[in-house]
Ligand binder design. Structure first.
Ligand SMILES: *[C@@H]1O[C@H](CO)[C@@H](O)[C@H](O)[C@H]1NC(C)=O
Ligand SMILES: *[C@@H]1O[C@H](CO)[C@@H](O)[C@H](O)[C@H]1NC(C)=O
Ligand SMILES: *[C@@H]1O[C@H](CO)[C@@H](O)[C@H](O)[C@H]1NC(C)=O
Ligand SMILES: *[C@@H]1O[C@H](CO)[C@@H](O)[C@H](O)[C@H]1NC(C)=O
Ligand SMILES: *[C@@H]1O[C@H](CO)[C@@H](O)[C@H](O)[C@H]1NC(C)=O
Ligand SMILES: *[C@@H]1O[C@H](CO)[C@@H](O)[C@H](O)[C@H]1NC(C)=O
Ligand SMILES: *[C@@H]1O[C@H](CO)[C@@H](O)[C@H](O)[C@H]1NC(C)=O
Ligand SMILES: *[C@@H]1O[C@H](CO)[C@@H](O)[C@H](O)[C@H]1NC(C)=O
Ligand SMILES: *[C@@H]1O[C@H](CO)[C@@H](O)[C@H](O)[C@H]1NC(C)=O
Ligand SMILES: *[C@@H]1O[C@H](CO)[C@@H](O)[C@H](O)[C@H]1NC(C)=O
Ligand SMILES: *[C@@H]1O[C@H](CO)[C@@H](O)[C@H](O)[C@H]1NC(C)=O
Ligand SMILES: *[C@@H]1O[C@H](CO)[C@@H](O)[C@H](O)[C@H]1NC(C)=O
Length: 816
C-alpha cells in the first residue's frame, strides 16, 4: 500500500473529518481508515507468510474493537498493538515447520500515536528499521523471539519516550550502540538484549546518566564484553534486576565490587555462567537486604557459605551449582535465610553434616545438595516434617545411616533422590508418602540389603522407582503389582532371583530394567508389564530362558536388551513388527536358526524419536524469574557393546544411537542381504555365530555404520570391495571366517589393523599381487540380486566401478 503520506490518504477517504479548523477527534463510526487499512495489510502479510490473520480483523469498521488492538480513548488512534505470537501459531508449525514472517515495517507509519508494540514470538524478519524513528510516543517495544538480524539500530535508543525495550532471542550481531556519542533517551527503564550474538564492548559507564534505569539483561551473548567497574563512579540509577549470565563479564564484578556496591535496590542478580573466580561474595548479604533471587551458578567461586551476618528476609532463591564452594552449610541457615523456597548448591565441594535447622525454613520447596561431600545422616525432619518441600536431592554425597532414618512416612511432595550414598538396611515394609501424581523415589547405588517386599507400601502414585545397584536379594515380591502408577522401574545390579511375578493387571511400565541379577523363568507377555507400552526393556545378564516369541508384542519398544541370558529358539519374523526399535541386543544367548530377512525393513534410527524419552520423567519444572529448573531422574545408564567395547550411555542415547548385537548365539544360514537397507544403523555385531555364505555387498548401503563385527563365523567369498564406500566405519572385523581374495585398502579400509582379518587363510593384502578390483567382483556369489532391478543401486555400483577402476588403473600404470 502506498501510504507514505498517511494524512493525505486519510483525508482522501474521510474528507469530512479534515474540514478546515476542525481538529482531530474520535471518528463517530469507527477507527481511522489508514489504521484500519494498515491492519488489513498486516493481516494479508500474515496470510502470505502462511500464517492466519486474527478472526475479528475486517469484521466491522471500527478496528479499535478488533482483537490485538487498542485505541486511545482520547484521540481514537491506535495506541497499543498486541501482536505477540500472532504468527507462530500451531497452524503455522503443523503445516509448514520452517517458516518465518516477512514483516513490512512501513505499515507502522500509519500509527503515529503508537505507545505499545509487542511483536514478540513471531519468527519475523524486517527489511528496514527506518519507520521506527517516527515512533515519538512509543513507550514499550518488545521484539523478542524473532529472526531479526544485523546490528541493533541506534535510533531505537533515541526514541524520546521509550521506557522498555526488548530485543532478546534474535540474531542481532555487532556491538550495542551505546557509546559516548549516542543520544540515549533518559526515559529508558528496562532493556533486554539477551540471547543474541552481540559482541564488542558494552560499558555501563555510558549508561550513567539514565536516572530511571531499573532492569538490564544482556545474558547469553558469549562474545559481549561487559564492563561494569569504573573507579570514582557513581551511576545515577538504582537497578532492581541485573542479568549478566553467559556473557564475557568483567571478572572483577564480585572481587572488586565497585559497581555492585553502588546498587542498593537489587532484587534479582544473575551472574551465572561467567567463569567468575574468587571467593563466594557473602558481602552481598547486607543488612539493608533487598535481594530476592541470586544466581551465581556455573562459575569457579571458592570459599564457603558462611559466615553471613544479616538475616536475608527477602531472599527466596539461591542458585550456586557448579562452583568450588567448600566448607559446611551454616548451622544457623534457617535464621539467615528464613524465607527461602529454592536452594541449589549442587556440584560443589561442601562437606560436613546437613544442618537440621534447614527444616525450620518452612517455605522450602526445592532443595538440591547433590554432588558434594556431605556426610553423616540425613536429618529425619527433611523427610518427614517439611510441609511443602516438593523435591529433595542429596545424590552423590557420603551420607549414611539406615534408609529413611527408620521412618515410615515421607512428607515430600514429588521427588526424593538419595542415590549415590551409603544408606543401608532393608527397605521398610510399611511406607507411606505424600507424593503427587508423579512421585519419584531414587535409591540407586546405596548399600540396601534384604528382600523386596512392598506389601505394606501405600505409594499408589509412585511413578519412578530405582533401587539399582544395591544388594537386594530374594524374589521380587508380588506386592510390587500394587504400585499401579509406576512408569519406570529399575531393579538392576542386585542379587534378585526367581521369576518375575504375574500381576493380574500388568503394570503400564515405559521403562523396565532388571539387568545384572539372577532372575529366571520364562517371560509371559502382558503378565507383569504391559507389553504394548514398554519403550525400554533391559533383562540382560540374568538366567531367563524359553523362546522369545513374546517380543513381538512390544509395539512401542525402542531399546530391547536380552543379552547374556538363556533364551533359545529362533528369531521369528514377527520381530519385524517392532517399528520403533533402535537398539536390539540378543547377544550371548542360545538363539539358533536363520536371521529373518525382514529385519532389513525396520527403520533403526531412521525416524526421529519425537518426544525425547527422558522428558517423560523430567516432570518437575520450577520457574523463577531468572532460572528454569527441570528435575530429572538420572538413570545409571544403558550399556551397549559397540566398537569392540561396552559403552555406558546416559539419558538420551536412545535418541541418537542405533544398533544390533546378535553376537555369541548359534544363528546360522546366510546373512540376509536386506540388512543393507539399515542405512541409519551405527553398530552391527553378528560375531560368534554360524553364519555362512558371503558378506552381502549391500552392506555398502549402511552409510551410517561405525562398527561392523562379523568375526568368528563361517563366512566365505571375498570382502565386497563396495564396503570401501562406508566412510563412517571405524571398527571392522571379519577374523576367523573362511574369506578369500584380497583385502581392500582404500577408504576406511586403509586404517584397519591386520588383526581384523586374521584366521582367514585365503585372504591376502591388496599389495601382494593379484587383482582386488571390481573385476574380481565377478566372484562375489551374491551380487546377483542387486542388478538391474534396482536402478539406483545399479547406478551407484557402476559409478563406483568407474572410480575404483580408474584408481586401480592409475595405480598400476604408476607402478609400471
Ligand atoms: C481542538 O481544538 C480546540 C480549539 O480549536 C482546542 O482547544 C483543543 O485543545 C483541540 N483538541 C485537540 C485534541 O487538539
Ligand atoms: C508458504 O508455504 C508454501 C507451501 O508450503 C511454501 O512453498 C512457501 O515457501 C511458504 N512461504 C513462507 C513465507 O514461508
Ligand atoms: C481512558 O482509558 C483509561 C484506561 O485505559 C482510563 O483510565 C481513562 O479514564 C479513560 N479516559 C476516558 C476519558 O474515558
Ligand atoms: C522459526 O524459524 C525457524 C528457522 O527457520 C524454524 O526452525 C522454526 O520452526 C520457525 N518457527 C515457527 C513457529 O515457524
Ligand atoms: C538478514 O537476513 C536476511 C535473510 O533473512 C539476509 O538477506 C540479510 O543479508 C541479513 N542481514 C544481515 C545484516 O546479516
Ligand atoms: C528477557 O527476555 C526473555 C524473553 O525473550 C525472558 O525470558 C527474560 O526473562 C527477560 N529478562 C528479564 C530480566 O526479564
Ligand atoms: C538527542 O535527542 C533529543 C531528543 O530527541 C534531541 O533534542 C537532542 O538534540 C539530541 N541530541 C543530540 C546530540 O543528538
Ligand atoms: C556470531 O558473530 C560472529 C562474529 O561476531 C560470527 O563469526 C559467528 O558466526 C556468529 N554466530 C552465529 C551463531 O551467528
Ligand atoms: C552525563 O551527565 C554529565 C553531567 O551531569 C555530562 O557531563 C555528561 O556528558 C553526561 N553523559 C552522557 C553520556 O550523556
Ligand atoms: C553458558 O554461556 C555460554 C555462552 O553464552 C552458552 O553457550 C551456554 O549455553 C551457557 N550455558 C548455560 C548452562 O547457560
Ligand atoms: C527450629 O525450630 C524448633 C521449633 O520450632 C526450635 O526448637 C529450634 O530451636 C529451631 N532451630 C533452629 C536452628 O532455629
Ligand atoms: C495390595 O494392597 C492391598 C491393600 O491395599 C493388599 O490387601 C494386597 O494384599 C496387596 N497385594 C499384594 C499382592 O500385596
Amino acid at each position: 500500500m502506498s501510504c507514505s503520506f498517511p494524512w493525505g490518504f486519510f483525508c482522501f477517504f474521510l474528507v469530512v473529518l479534515c474540514l478546515p479548523d476542525s481538529n482531530i477527534s474520535t471518528p463517530s463510526h469507527g477507527c481511522f481508515v489508514e489504521e484500519r487499512t494498515a491492519l488489513m495489510d498486516i493481516g494479508s502479510s500474515l496470510t502470505r507468510s502462511n500464517g492466519t490473520a486474527p478472526r475479528s480483523w475486517g469484521r466491522g469498521d471500527d478496528c479499535c474493537l478488533w482483537e490485538h488492538v487498542k485505541c486511545s480513548n482520547i484521540t481514537g488512534r491506535v495506541s497499543h498493538l498486541y501482536f505477540s505470537n500472532l504468527y507462530a501459531s500451531d497452524e503455522v508449525l503443523d503445516a509448514h515447520g520452517h517458516s518465518f514472517w516477512r514483516f513490512d515495517t512501513t505499515v507502522f507509519s500509519s500509527f503515529p500515536e503508537l505507545q505499545f508494540l509487542d511483536l514478540s514470538m513471531n519468527n519475523a524478519t524486517f527489511q528496514s528499521w527506518d519507520v521506527f524513528e517516527s515512533f515519538r510516543n512509543l513507550r514499550e517495544l518488545d521484539l523478542s523471539s524473532n529472526r531479526l538480524n544485523g546490528s541493533i539500530p541506534s535510533s531505537l535508543f533515541s526514541l524520546p519516550r521509550l521506557e522498555h525495550l526488548s530485543l532478546s532471542q534474535n540474531l542481532f550481531e555487532g556491538s550495542i550502540p551505546v557509546t559516548p556519542s549516542s543520544n540515549i533517551t533518559s526515559a529508558l527503564k528496562t532493556f533486554n538484549f539477551s540471547m543474541n550474538n552481540l559482541s564488542g564492548e558494552f560499558s555501563f559507564f555510558w549508561l550513567r546518566n539514565l536516572t530511571k534505569l531499573q532492569k538490564i539483561d544482556v545474558s547469553g551473548n558469549a562474545n559481549l564484553v561487559v564492563a561494569v567497574n569504573f573507579p570514582s563512579w557513581s551511576p545515577s540509577f538504582q537497578l532492581k534486576v541485573l542479568v549478566l549470565s553467559g556473557c564475557n563479564l568483567d571478572k572483577n564484578i564480585v572481587r572488586e565490587p565497585i559497581f555492585l556496591r553502588t546498587q542498593h535496590q537489587l532484587e534479582v542478580l544473575d551472574l551465572s555462567n561467567n567463569s567468575l573466580s574468587g571467593s563466594m561474595p557473602n558481602w552481598l548479604f547486607t543488612e539493608q537486604t533487598t535481594l530476592v533471587y541470586l544466581n551465581l551458578g556455573n562459575n569457579s567461586l571458592t570459599g564457603s557459605l558462611g559466615p553471613i551476618w544479616y538475616p536475608q528476609m527477602n531472599l527466596q532463591a539461591i542458585s550456586l551449582p557448579m562452583n568450588r564452594i567448600s566448607g559446611h552449610l551454616p548451622a544457623n541457615i534457617s535464621s539467615v535465610f528464613p524465607n527461602m523456597s529454592f536452594l541449589d548448591v549442587s556440584s560443589n565441594t561442601i562437606s560436613g553434616e546437613i544442618p537440621s535447622s534447614l527444616c525450620n525454613i518452612t517455605r522450602m520447596e526445592y532443595l538440591d545438595l547433590s554432588n558434594n561431600s556431605l556426610s553423616g545422616e540425613l536429618p529425619n525432619c527433611l523427610l518427614t516434617e517439611y510441609p511443602i518441600l516438593t523435591t529433595l536431592k542429596v545424590s552423590n554425597n557420603k551420607l549414611g545411616g539406615p534408609i529413611f532414618g527408620g521412618t515410615n512416612h515421607l512428607s515430600i511432595k514429588h521427588a526424593l533422590y538419595l542415590d549415590g550414598n551409603k544408606f543401608e538396611g532393608t527397605l521398610p515394609r510399611y511406607l507411606t508418602a505424600d507424593f503427587d501424581a508423579h512421585g519419584t523415589l531414587d535409591l540407586h547405588d546405596n548399600n540396601l540389603s534384604g528382600k523386596l517386599n512392598f506389601s505394606q507400601w501405600n505409594l499408589s502414585t509412585l511413578c519412578t522407582l530405582s533401587l539399582a545397584g544395591n544388594s537386594l536379594i530374594g524374589e521380587i515380591h508380588p506386592s510390587i503389582c500394587n504400585l499401579t502408577r509406576i512408569m519406570l522401574l529399575d531393579l538392576s545390579h542386585n542379587n534378585l532371583s526367581g521369576a518375575i511375578p504375574n500381576c493380574m493387571t500388568a503394570l503400564e511400565l515405559d521403562f523396565f530394567i532388571v539387568s545384572h541379577n539372577s532372575l529366571s523363568g520364562h517371560i509371559v507377555p502382558f503378565s507383569f508389564f504391559n507389553s504394548s507400552t514398554v519403550m525400554a526393556l533391559d533383562l540382560s545378564h540374568n538366567q531367563f530362558n524359553g523362546n522369545i516369541e513374546w517380543v513381538q508384542y512390544l509395539g512401542e519398544i525402542k531399546y530391547l536388551s536380552l543379552g547374556s541370558n538363556k533364551f533359545e529358539g529362533q528369531i521369528s519374523p514377527s520381530l519385524c513388527q517392532l517399528q520403533s526399535l533402535r537398539i536390539l541386543d540378543f547377544s550371548h544367548n542360545s538363539l539358533s536358526g536363520p536371521l529373518p530377512s525382514c529385519i532389513g525393513n525396520l527403520s533403526f534410527g531412521q525416524n526421529p524419536v519425537g518426544i525425547p524419552l527422558w522428558s517423560l520423567i523430567c516432570e518437575n519444572h520450577f520457574r523463577y524469574p531468572i532460572f528454569d529448573y527441570i528435575g530429572c531422574y538420572e538413570d545409571r545408564g544403558f550399556s551397549f557393546r559397540t566398537k569392540g567395547n561396552i559403552y555406558i550411555y546416559k539419558h538420551n542415547f536412545i535418541n541418537w544411537m542405533s544398533g544390533i548385537d546378535l553376537s555369541a548365539n548359534m544363528l546360522s544360514g546366510q546373512i540376509p542381504r536386506e540388512l543393507g537397507n539399515l542405512g541409519h544403523i551405527k553398530a552391527l555385531n553378528l560375531s560368534h555365530n554360524f553364519f555362512d555364505g558371503p558378506i552381502p555387498a549391500t552392506f555398502a548401503n549402511m552409510s551410517s555404520i561405525e562398527s561392523l563385527d562379523l568375526s568368528h563365523n563361517k563366512l566365505s567369498g571375498a570382502i565386497p570391495w563396495q564396503l570401501t564406500r562406508l566412510s563412517s566405519l571405524s571398527v571392522f572385523s571379519v577374523m576367523y571366517n573362511n574369506l578369500s581374495g584380497c583385502i581392500p585398502d582404500s577408504g576406511q579400509f586403509g586404517s584397519f589393523d591386520m588383526d581384523s582379518y586374521q584366521g582367514n587363510n585365503l585372504l591376502h593384502p591388496a599389495s601382494e599381487g593379484s587383482e582386488c578390483a571390481p573385476s574380481s567382483g565377478h566372484s562375489l556369489p551374491d551380487d546377483g540380486g542387486e542388478k538391474a532391478n534396482d536402478p539406483i543401486l545399479y547406478a551407484v555400483t557402476a559409478a563406483s566401478f568407474v572410480v575404483t577402476f580408474w584408481i586401480t588403473f592409475t595405480f598400476t600404470s604408476f607402478r609400471m
